[in-house]
Design a protein around this ligand. Structure first.
Ligand code: MTE
Ligand code: MO
Length: 399
């Protein structure tokens, strides 16, 4: 039974599939913490997206192979990776390409896991720089050959084919892109679900390329030949269907577009109105579940190409007649173009007088003034990826 050795999971994670295990936390628990937390000694609340059984890896026998064009070849143990290279810590949001797919599905069915808005998390990742490891393997990061860097996982399907993905060489060799081979998450050794003992973290790039249980790094002239690189995780014109789709015609998703979500109140919740406003102030932790629902907090997740900063989050409760600036309550102090983390936000939004219900909409804007589309209709795609239209939450109002 390939599923017999699966790790223990946080009971608050809501699975969309159990084998392989795929689950997301309740959104209200996400927006309260800049770093997606772990409570007590248990597993963490960071969403899990596995395509295959979690491999059983003895850290003392772990080996990372580095090979490919322009590479002399190198095999590293976990101890060597930790001891022979400077440890760097990067804070980065990881988001699944299918995050918020369940909203896109309402336009027209798509194929994929039924993700809500919480297939995203933020953590500090500590490890060796990919550029340092490539250099140690004899690769010239300034003028070496190749066009892509491929990553292979140690998780395999029944035909022994591993999970794999690749990123462009330019992303991999640029030290300012902060690509690291991480062995710690939020200051603790990686958990099994998140790729122990080593995963690659490619900040600003879709979850699928952040390969877990990393076994091999290959510099190559071609993209990873993995199914997940060439026949999945791509976007298409809304009129392309499963009869006409040609995966070779679309580029693999790398950077993700601007996204944001209202994490509180939850859909259908009753919210208290004060002075004509929905009181929108963040409070902490699990108390969210017990308060009267007078709280609204959200995340704006910037995973856009350049690592652009989120400069504004707007919310409306009247269908866009009036938009209101939210306060960005937790932001990362990162240099321009290297904002790899989401920001948290909250605020007060006026609701129409006398209304007993309202629909809240949110959109975020980044430093390049990229923002989100209004609806899913014209960004619909058959795989349900890149789902970043305004996030809308229906609430009841109590005066
Ligand atoms: N790496 C391996 N080896 N196997 C996988 O199934 N899933 C990918 C990526 N890396 C995957 C993988 C996808 S699609 C996502 S969204 C992220 O891991 C999820 O990372 P997490 O489970 O730590 O949140
Ligand atoms: Mo994903």
């Amino acid at each position: 039974d390939p599923w017999a050795a699966e790790p223990r999971r946080h009971p608050a994670l809501k699975p969309s599939s159990k084998t392989p295990f795929n689950a997301e936390p309740p959104p209200a628990l996400l927006a309260d913490n800049f770093l997606t937390p772990k409570y007590e000694r248990g597993p963490d609340l960071f969403y899990v997206r596995n395509h295959l059984p979690v491999p059983v890896i003895d850290p003392s026998e772990y080996e990372l192979e580095v090979d490919g064009v322009g590479v002399d070849g190198l095999t590293l143990s976990l101890e060597q990776l930790k001891n022979d290279f400077p440890a760097v810590t990067v804070t980065a949001t990881v988001m699944c390409a299918g995050n918020r797919r369940s909203e896109m599905t309402q336009v027209k069915p798509v194929r994929g896991l039924f993700w809500g808005a919480a297939a995203v998390g933020n953590a500090t990742w500590t490890g060796a720089r990919l550029t340092d490891v490539l250099k140690a393997a004899g690769y010239d990061v300034n003028s070496g050959p190749g066009k892509h860097v491929c990553f292979e996982g140690l998780d395999t399907d029944p035909s022994s084919t591993p999970y794999g993905a690749s990123i462009p060489l330019e992303t991999a060799v640029d030290p300012r892109r902060d690509v690291i081979l991480a062995y710690e998450m939020n200051g603790q050794p990686l958990s099994r679900d998140h790729g122990a003992p080593v995963r690659v973290i490619v900040p600003g790039v879709v979850g699928a390329r952040n390969v877990k249980w990393l076994g091999r790094i290959t510099v190559s002239d071609t993209e990873s030949d993995s199914h997940w690189q060439h026949s999945d995780y791509k976007g298409f014109n809304p009129s392309v269907d499963w009869d006409t789709v040609d995966f070779s015609k679309s580029p693999a998703i790398q950077e993700l577009p601007v996204n944001s979500a209202i994490c509180w109140p939850a859909p259908g919740h009753t919210v208290k109105v004060k002075d004509g406003h929905v009181h929108v102030k963040g409070e902490s932790g699990l108390t969210y579940w017990q308060t009267a629902g007078s709280v609204n907090a959200g995340i704006a997740c910037e995973c856009f190409g350049g690592g652009q900063r989120i400069v504004r989050v707007d919310v409306t409760a009247d269908g866009g007649a009036t938009w209101h600036d939210m306060a960005l309550t937790v932001e990362e102090a990162a240099p321009a173009g290297r904002c790899w983390s989401w920001c948290l936000w909250q605020g007060r939004v006026p609701v129409p007088p006398g209304a007993t219900a309202a629909q809240l909409w949110v959109k975020a804007t980044d430093a390049s003034y990229n923002t989100q589309p209004e609806t899913f209709k014209n960004i619909w795609n058959l795989r349900g990826v890149l789902s970043n239209a305004y996030h809308r939450v229906d609430v009841n109002l109590k005066r």
